[in-house]
Design a protein around this ligand. Structure first.
Ligand code: MF3
Ligand code: CO
Length: 236
């Protein structure tokens, strides 16, 4: 999994560097496929439950599962990039949200709080802790910053499949759920809204958006639990 996860991290970095006003989300999907092929990695999302693309590109009020298209990114947009690969049967999965050109201070705050909430969740993924310690760490951080936690999508175990048990909500009381043990690998992925937490899925069957039109951000790492604590695998 270190191999698949490192490749995901490398490719997300390349994608983020290519996010500038004027590019289309479809062109980013092409870059993701080219970079995966270079590394002999198989994009994990294409064909998953009928999804047709390798990358998820969620803009502004889109929460997750936005589809690459001819949409042109504009200065002031925020873009969530979610990408996964398979190498030798093992999955890696990660996401980040980046500003397109200059964005408003409140958008910057949302991105920062969402990324920091991911790190709070990762820090809580300690051997002998409980699953919901992660959930609680994310939620309390996010709400202290005045933002809200999406309920309808969750993080997940990951390994020989993209989605394995357990499901990892980003909200809840600590000390509940399965015991965390060395050897477990989790995809921790807070999805955080600027305003209310309610989301809905558009008629395309995929794109999740905020109900109130507020912005949404998403950061994700694949994390291994080791004897020495959490180890982020989706890192270059
Ligand atoms: N990172 C997302 C997840 O963990 C990506 C899934 S998109 C899909 O669920 F197309 F593969 F469904
Ligand atoms: Co995931």
């Amino acid at each position: 999994m270190r191999v698949s996860c490192r490749i995901v991290a490398e490719i997300l970095l390349i994608l983020a560097e290519n996010v500038v006003p004027g590019v289309t989300t479809g062109s980013l999907n092409k870059i993701a496929e080219r970079e995966a092929a270079k590394r002999k990695a198989v994009p994990a999302f294409k064909g998953y439950s009928g999804y047709k693309y390798s990358l998820c590109c969620s803009v502004n009020e889109q929460v997750v599962h936005g589809m690459p298209s001819s949409r042109v990114l504009l200065a002031g947009d925020i873009l969530s990039l979610d990408f996964g690969v398979i190498v030798d049967g093992f999955y890696g999965d990660a996401a980040l949200t980046v500003p397109v050109g200059n964005v408003t201070p409140s958008a910057q705050k949302l991105l920062q709080a969402t990324e920091e909430s991911l790190y709070a969740g990762i820090e809580a993924a300690q051997p002998m802790g409980r699953l919901s310690d992660i959930s609680y760490a994310v939620q309390s951080y996010v709400e202290s910053r005045g933002f809200s936690v999406v309920r309808d999508f969750v993080g997940h175990g990951i390994g020989r499949s993209l989605h394995e048990s357990p499901q990892i909500p980003n909200y809840g009381q600590p000390g509940k759920g399965v015991k965390l043990k060395p050897g477990m690998v989790l995809a921790i992925e807070p999805m955080i809204n600027e305003k209310g937490y309610e989301v809905e899925v558009l008629d395309d069957g995929w794109t999740a958006v905020t109900c109130d039109g507020g912005l949404s951000a998403h950061f994700e790492h694949t994390v291994a639990i080791t004897d020495n604590g959490p180890e982020i695998l989706t890192r270059v």
